[in-house]
Design a protein around this ligand. Sequence first.
Ligand SMILES: [Fe+2]
Length: 292
Amino acid sequence: MTRFVERSLDRLDYLAFIPDRGWIDHGSGSPQRFQTLPQAEALLEQVVRERPVVLHGIGLSICSAEIFDQEYASNLIACGQRLNSPWISDHLSFTRIGTGHEVNAAIPLPVPYDQEVLDLLIPRVRFFTDAFEGSFLLENNVYYFRYPDQEFSEEEFLNQLCHRSGCGVLLDLHNLYTNALNHRFDAAEYLTNLDLSNVIEIHIAGGVPMMGFHTDSHTGPVLDGVWNLLEQTIPLAGNLRGVTFEFHESSFGMMGESGIHEQIDRARAIVNRRAVVAEAEHVAANVPAGRR
Ligand SMILES: [Fe+2]
């Protein structure tokens, strides 16, 4: 992956990096808890000289009922500040369970969308928005089961969370596509309910069917249904700053580096097309009515 990034830097507008892959976490309360890995540090130093780096964490577990890991959160913020990241993010989910004897579920689990969880999250999000100069985003997660009788839809929950906390949305369109397919709802309708002005970054990715489910494996090319959602979203997400193609390393064997570049180029073409249309609309709006 390191060599791919080095070879592809000219084709990237920014790099989304999983910070948890750049350190060893020795656990809460350890004197030197986060041990930086030299290879990752060297890569980031190289990239940040030429391109912005955004951090996409996987270890915060912000929705854990009993745990808010301020050491982890502070380290994520410090890394973001050091790299001058325009935004940092994690997932609207939890992996860590319990106190004392803590268990890691190893897969991000969904939370019920209700008032209690909303109230739990608001001060945790503000921990980031108060201390970090850039934006803090949470990503809509993939889920393979749904809680019954939730108070809010996911879209309503995200709208309220952003409104009350200053959080932004990392809209993962493949996660949305996967959930819509597995739980039989209309992804396009979800997008009309979500306040897209809160969307700062979009994820696109590939996935495969397995045992009757569509999965977010992050392998292979982006599916047509996800490209369609991207086309639908881009014109309406006025504060969008980036589209990220997420892929697992096994995708190199499936697609080759050129196949990955094609995904990035196609996403950029969709974003640029919207920029051209927006510019034309702006010019048209500024032409006096009599001259149109
Ligand atoms: Fe994602």
